[in-house]
Design a protein around this ligand. Structure first.
Ligand code: TAP
Length: 470
């Protein structure tokens, strides 16, 4: 065989297709690795973006593509929706944005499954039929489940769990029926009615499963849906014979599940409790002023806080969900700069479930250019509170509630908390004595070494900074 014959034997397009997908898979792996540390997260993000570009370009080389017009149309529509979403949706709305992105992912996967079945059901192998069945079931659950999560987070749908008698049994019956339908389809791929009933059941299951989960548990639900979307994409990869979809679907499915487990563990809640527990169904008390706690509340002014901070040698800032609501991260940075200039050591204690999404606090503090070196995780800072002069709790509540250690039967009993109460003085910045996410009183607020400074955290911090300067 001469060189020309040899070259002609090589399918250049097919080789380029496979090579690009291999590069994309490696970039996804490296991207995910980078995302596991704050210092390398930005690089990880860019690697994942390049991976996605390589995956799209590689897929365009697929010899099964007969026309590019529809693909081009899809790219234009996706860009028109995606760019404004990325540019304009604020950090506080990230859980909502992620829910919507998952809904789009579920829709895409379900539509690809329907198209594959529609075009090829007469010639599909049993394996491909099974893969398409799982793809459509998981895709439809992700679609409607994510839309429900989005509606609850946005307040379009009621945030409290929507329950009715026999709901879990009904969900289980739907799930079993769906699995039976997939088996029947594998046996008889041409029975189209089975496929469309499966599609409908998937849509209903997504709604019913998320309806019974409270709005505040949505971040955990979103991670679970993320996992479903990944598994659905992997099933699509099997059906379309696309290796990069299998790799990144498995990565997505696995990482979503691991994240949901980490979050459940950090909240000391079992997976079962999140899915079936209807947590957050009732808020124990609705309180709008400083006078509704069972204990003596010592409240002070920003000026009082400034006096304490001026003589402090060490300060730990404990941010929580209220910091995100008040967008107080820049005000925290301004105050920390003033204190550091005066020689005070400032550290930040980050609880794994502070806020409403994984890494919520880290992202906001990074936005205010607070150095990663100053951020400490729960385990590495908890022993330092007893040697600290002042802890400033900015809009955190459950993650500093001693009831997690002292009150068996409390919804947060067993959850690891930050030991802020051990520092010499605790300044708590919040608007009222209202409870946090778990809906329970916080005895930290009536401890003798605690001073409550009522008001919006951003305004209070600005007033404290002004008083420190003065
Ligand atoms: P929370 O316990 O929810 O408490 C937040 C506090 O912020 C509230 O007590 C509120 O009190 C205060 N607040 C709200 N707006 C404020 C403002 N503008 N200025 C000052 N304070 C404000 O927050 P946390 O301590 O961060 O705990 C997080 C909770 O969410 C945990 O129970 C966790 O299990 C749960 N959760 C977390 C996640 C993730 S992944 N992070 C996911 C699901 C659930 P006022 O109304 O009195 O101001």
């Amino acid at each position: 065989m001469n060189a020309n014959d040899y070259m002609a034997g090589i399918d250049l397009r097919g080789t380029a297709y496979l090579l690009t997908l291999l590069v994309a898979s490696v970039l996804f792996l490296l991207g995910l690795r980078g995302l596991s540390h704050s210092e390398t997260a930005r690089r990880g993000m860019f690697l994942a973006v390049f991976g996605m570009v390589a995956a799209v370009l590689g897929t365009l080389l697929n010899s099964r593509i007969v026309t590019y017009e529809w693909i081009l149309g899809g790219l234009v529509v996706g860009t028109i929706i995606g760019v404004p979403m990325g540019l304009w949706i604020p950090m506080t709305k990230m859980p909502e944005r992620i829910a919507l992105s998952h809904a789009f992912g579920g829709l895409a996967v379900a539509l690809v499954g329907v198209a594959e079945y529609w075009n090829h059901h007469a010639s599909l192998s049993r394996f491909d039929t099974g893969a398409i069945g799982f793809e459509v079931l998981l895709g439809t659950i992700t679609l409607t489940g994510s839309l429900m999560a989005f509606g609850k987070l946005m307040g379009i749908l009621p945030g409290r769990p929507q329950t009715f008698p026999g709901q879990n049994a009904l969900n289980l019956a739907f799930l079993t029926t769906a699995l039976v339908l997939i088996v029947l389809l594998i046996i008889q791929p041409t029975q189209q009615i089975l496929f469309y009933v499966l599609f409908t059941i998937g849509l209903l299951l997504g709604i019913l499963m998320v309806a019974r989960i409270g709005g505040a548990d949505m971040p955990v639900v979103i991670c679970i849906l993320n996992s479903y979307a990944g598994l659905a994409a992997a099933a699509t990869g099997f059906a379309l014979n696309n290796p990069v979809l299998i790799v990144c679907g498995a990565l997505d499915g696995g990482s979503g599940l691991i994240l949901a487990l980490i979050m459940s563990k950090a909240m000391n809640r079992s997976f079962k409790n999140v899915i079936f527990g209807a947590f957050g169904a009732t808020v124990a008390q609705e309180c709008v002023g400083p006078d509704c706690s069972s204990g003596t509340v010592r409240d002070g002014t920003p000026e009082d806080a400034a006096e304490l901070l001026k003589i402090a040698n060490s300060v730990i800032v404990v941010p929580g969900y209220g910091m995100a609501v008040a967008q107080a991260q820049h005000a925290i940075r301004d105050l920390a700069d003033l204190l550091e200039k005066a020689g005070t050591e400032v550290k930040y204690a980050i609880h794994p479930v502070a806020g409403r999404m994984p890494g919520h606090m880290n992202v906001l503090l990074a936005e205010a250019n607070i150095s990663y070196d100053q951020l400490y995780e729960l385990d590495s800072i908890n022993d330092e509170f007893q040697r600290t002069d002042v802890s400033i709790v900015v809009g955190a509540n459950d993650v500093v509630n001693p009831a997690a250690k002292s009150t068996p039967g409390s919804p947060i009993y067993g959850m690891p908390i930050l030991n802020v109460g051990q520092s010499k003085v605790v300044l708590v910045l919040k608007r009222s004595m209202s409870p946090g996410f778990a809906g329970i009183e916080n005895e930290l607020f009536v401890q003798p070494n605690t001073m409550m400074i009522f008001g919006d955290a951003k305004k209070t911090l600005a007033q404290i900074s002004a008083a420190v300067k003065a």
